[in-house]
Design a protein around this ligand. Structure first.
Ligand code: WTA
Length: 661
């Protein structure tokens, strides 16, 4: 293991440490050298048809092959099409094809419930049977190819079964995160014109019960088009059931036939819709299709997680987000992997819950979010140190920029400097990972997502559209499609082009800021609306945050711009201190001096506000919109706060603003 550290500065701008995979890891890896990666990447860009045809042959089973591989336009009439004329079925790829070989009796899905004593394992054969039965149930209720099915469920195996059953009969699933409100659910049901809802009576979260069915009922009272609502009995407690509309899952399943042939889907038939928030307006129904998505999810899964047949793979995301779609369900199951699914949260009943699960199932590959890593880091090293984590061989992160401090903690305390860390950058819109190290051959740098995946050609451009120089921050855009890219916004044909292709015609606009260093590594700096311009200098809020979090007394920090008379924008930092640390005026000065020293005077915060918590979505993303408003003093116009995990946080932030210096 090679580790170099030059200088003591921990900020992204000056991060120089680099870690190569151990020779033991590299020798067994799918790709073993940077040169091998470079050759494959170049071929994927220069000869995309040849490259993706090869991946499609190798990783996916087809009922009928394609007439053309890649066809697209990123200008004028924007469209993307892969594998024209080909036929396949996603559930066939995730299940049936594994039944002809030894994987038949391999664990496909291991489910760990929130209560420690509740767990279930499905082999590929068993999962196939359940999926076929539920597909028959859906058919018997009149659900047909192309119909939309909304799914509003906690993290239970029936959720995976539902998705694959929809895919089997060609119905389009639309998962709404189980933590969303009834209003959010209603809007998404109406937008997708679904006539079927699958839910559960209750859910469990950190020892509390969630009233899933009650929320569903409230939503459905405004959705007259919904004809059927299927309810899983997650806990043994009754809930309201409307005769003629509501059915118990177990009752329908007990009478269902396990014979259900997979529908032959066109490569460009939609597989699912997933709603995601943009910077403005109502959530977009991001639509993914079957062929390209399956090829991309499977290929990225195999290469980036370097999956081997004996591994247990655990992605901690909720299936309500794209990460769960691609890396709990479609990628792993299509690859014949053992995918672990967890119902609980990282810190309940105590802060080592994740590590207990890793120990129990001997997890080999672990994929989580920086926000979870920082929270666990705050709880202290004794929790991971108290568990046997020796089964781990690869660690991954996703969802937001990871600050080098958290990366190093993950690498050292969790991975014992033995496991490569893959920082994977992607979006709901991209279907799968676009920028990430390949763990056997790309040395990692803490805080960098490193290099593009095959077929992906990202560029950093300036405001005027010209290409940025090495290390110069700019907009991250992508100059050609890859098979997993979204195909449109459901029900709104113009919105795809208008959201992603009007800023710089010819490029897919990611909405993220980034820079590329002299080694060709990408450093993500947050959404471009989070890039602040201080006295004409562009700064990533992530950079200032990284620097703050690198201070030994800081647990978490969020930085936003606010209007500043002289500088244009000033820097406003919200800081959560570590347990046992006193939040004093002295400490504010110390932090300002610290950031000045680490990044430079340009980055020193103008105001620091201590807060015990930050406003986050239920998926753990900090809602900067609210922080910006509070920083700007626009506290009468905070907008919609219903998507917050804990709305009370906002009140305490507003109160605390007066004390910010
Ligand atoms: C951010 C999640 C830095 C980014 C898969 C992106 C990241 C948005 C990373 C998409 C990463 C995701 N480093 N930033 N490794 N991964 N992001 O749609 O701003 O929920 O645009 O998809 O998350 O979030 P989404």
């Amino acid at each position: 293991m090679k580790a170099e550290k030059t200088g003591s500065v921990e900020s992204l701008l000056t991060e120089k440490r680099i870690f190569s995979p151990s020779s033991e890891f590299a020798e067994k890896a799918l790709l073993k050298s940077r040169q091998q990666y470079e050759e494959m990447w170049r071929r994927s860009i220069e000869k995309p048809d040849e490259f993706w045809a090869e991946m499609a042959e190798k990783h996916i089973d087809w009922f009928k092959k394609w007439d053309a591989v890649e066809e697209y336009s990123f200008k004028d009439d924007v469209f993307v099409r892969y594998f024209r004329g080909a036929k396949l079925n996603a559930s066939y790829n995730c299940l049936d094809r594994h039944l002809n070989n030894w994987r038949r009796n391999k664990a496909a899905l291991i489910w760990q419930g929130e209560p420690a004593e509740e767990s279930r394992t499905y082999t590929y054969l068993q999962l196939h049977r359940e999926v076929c039965k539920f597909a028959s149930v859906l058919k018997s209720l009149g659900v047909k190819k192309g119909d939309r099915v909304t799914v509003y469920m906690p993290m239970i195996p029936e959720l995976v079964i539902t998705l694959l059953a929809c895919a089997r009969i060609g119905a389009i699933h639309s998962v709404v995160f189980g933590g969303f409100s009834s209003e959010a659910l209603r809007d998404r049901i109406i937008d997708s014109q679904a006539e079927t809802l699958v839910t559960a009576n209750f859910g469990l979260r950190a020892g509390k019960t969630l009233n899933c069915k009650e929320n569903a009922d409230e939503a459905l009272s405004n959705c007259p088009a919904v004809k059927n609502c299927i309810v899983v009995r997650r806990i043994d407690r009754d809930c309201n059931m409307m005769p003629g509309r509501d059915y118990w899952w177990h009752e329908l399943m007990s009478a269902a036939t396990p014979a259900c042939e997979p529908e032959q889907m066109d490569a460009e038939d939609p597989l699912f819709i997933l709603y995601t928030s943009g910077s403005t307006g109502k959530p977009k129904g991001v639509m993914h299709t079957t062929g390209g998505y399956m090829v991309y999810a499977t290929t990225t899964f195999k290469y980036i997680f370097d999956y081997r047949d004996e591994d247990v793979f655990w992605c901690t995301a909720d299936i309500g987000w794209v990460t769960g779609h691609s890396y709990i369900v479609y990628g792993p199951l299509s690859a014949g992997a053992t995918s672990l699914m967890f119902e609980g949260v990282p810190n309940y009943p105590q802060p080592d819950r994740f590590w207990e699960v890793v120990e129990k199932y001997r997890v080999n590959i672990f994929y989580t979010a920086p926000t979870a890593i920082r929270a666990m880091m705050r709880d202290g090293d004794r929790w991971p140190l108290g568990r046997d984590l020796s089964s781990l061989r690869l660690l991954g992160t996703v969802g937001e920029p990871i600050n080098p401090e958290a990366w190093m903690w993950y690498y050292k305390v969790v991975g014992k400097e033995r496991c490569p860390v893959v920082d994977t950058w992607w979006q709901t819109e991209t279907g799968g990972i676009l920028i990430s190290p390949l763990p056997g051959c790309i040395p990692t740098k803490p805080g960098s997502a490193t290099v593009p995946f095959f077929g992906v050609n990202p560029k950093i451009i300036r405001q005027d559209g010209s290409e940025a120089a090495p290390n110069e921050g700019g907009y991250l855009v992508i100059d050609k499609p890859w098979p997993g890219i979204m195909r449109g916004v459901y029900g709104d044909p113009n919105r795809f082009k208008n959201t992603y292709f009007v800023q710089y015609p010819g490029y897919y606009f990611t909405g993220d800021g980034a820079r590329r260093d002299e080694d060709g590594y990408f450093w993500l700096m947050g959404r471009v609306d989070d890039v602040i311009n201080v006295s004409g200098h562009r700064l990533g809020t992530a950079e200032v945050e990284s620097s703050l979090v690198a201070h030994p007394k800081v647990a978490e920090a969020a930085v936003v711009g606010f209007p500043h008379e002289i500088k244009g924008e000033g820097i406003y930092a919200y800081v959560t201190v570590k347990e046992g640390v006193e939040a004093t005026e002295e400490l504010k000065k110390e932090l300002i001096a610290h950031v000045r020293k680490e990044i430079g005077p340009i980055a020193s915060p103008d105001k620091i506000q201590f807060s015990s918590a930050l406003p986050k979505t239920r998926s753990g993303k900090i809602i900067r919109r609210i922080l910006r408003k509070i920083a700007a003093g626009e506290i009468g116009e905070l907008g919609d706060t219903t998507t917050l995990a804990d709305p009370a946080v906002v009140e305490s932030l507003v109160a605390g603003r007066l004390e910010a210096v």
